[in-house]
Design a protein around this ligand. Structure first.
Ligand code: ZN
Length: 229
């Protein structure tokens, strides 16, 4: 008997829906993106950190900026710039390079420049402004958006690999054609296969040391309802 887990996959497998579902596993991923919406608190915090980090000061710490009318100009840090193509607009708190097209706000600048994800950029800028990280943790209870996207990407990859390798997915592979074609199609369209077992993803998560709580947060699995399943 397979080990019992506290969680089970969320999808309901009706007999009619089974064939469709087997090659359409990533679809649930789209359905719960809605539920991962960033909370109000987090938006407010992001706003506060943004307001505390003037983009001219932040960018000015990396490159020399010279005032040019209402904006500031400098050599673009994202391409080999020989004349100042990089525009920083203090009113809109945004930057744009008229040569290579890079543009964004203070967060995307730090992300690009420091090669970090959004959450790390948020933390770096919070620290720079003296906003304590403790407050960040308090204000952003629950997993980070980056963490949720990461686990969703991981699950989609598991379903894809399953479609390519798992013995149970033989029919689906036949449906998609030759194996090579299946591989290309799977990658191109993000197809996946969910084995006909309620606990496959839960087991995969345990093997990969992925957090069941995180999988539950993004809606891929649900706590088992005792007495059922
Ligand atoms: Zn540029």
């Amino acid at each position: 008997m397979p080990p019992r887990h506290a969680y089970t996959e969320v999808a309901i497998r009706g007999h009619d829906a089974r064939a469709a579902r087997r090659i359409d596993a990533p679809r649930p991923l789209a359905c719960f993106v809605r539920r991962c919406a960033v909370s109000e608190d987090r938006d407010a915090l992001k706003q506060r950190i943004k307001e505390a980090n003037d983009i001219v000061d932040v960018v000015g710490a990396y490159i020399n900026l010279r005032r040019a009318g209402p904006t500031f100009k400098g050599l673009c840090p994202f391409h080999d710039d020989h004349r100042p193509s990089f525009d920083v607009d203090p009113r809109r708190q945004r930057y744009r390079c008229w040569s290579c097209g890079k543009h964004g706000d203070v967060f995307s600048f730090v992300q690009e420049r420091e090669k970090v994800d959004f959450r790390e950029a948020l933390e770096l800028l919070a620290r720079r402004a003296g906003i304590s990280l403790e407050k960040i943790q308090k204000n952003t209870q629950g997993p980070s958006r980056a963490g949720m996207l990461d686990v969703m990407k991981w699950a989609a990859e598991r379903f894809q690999q399953c479609l390519l390798d798992h013995a149970d997915a033989e029919t689906a592979r036949k449906y998609l054609g030759e194996r090579k074609l299946a591989g290309e199609t799977v990658r191109k369209f993000g197809l996946g296969y969910a084995p006909d077992s309620w606990e496959w993803l839960v087991q995969q998560a345990a093997n990969s040391e992925k957090s069941a709580d995180l999988l539950e947060t993004v809606g891929l699995i649900a706590k088992r309802n005792e007495g059922r399943g």
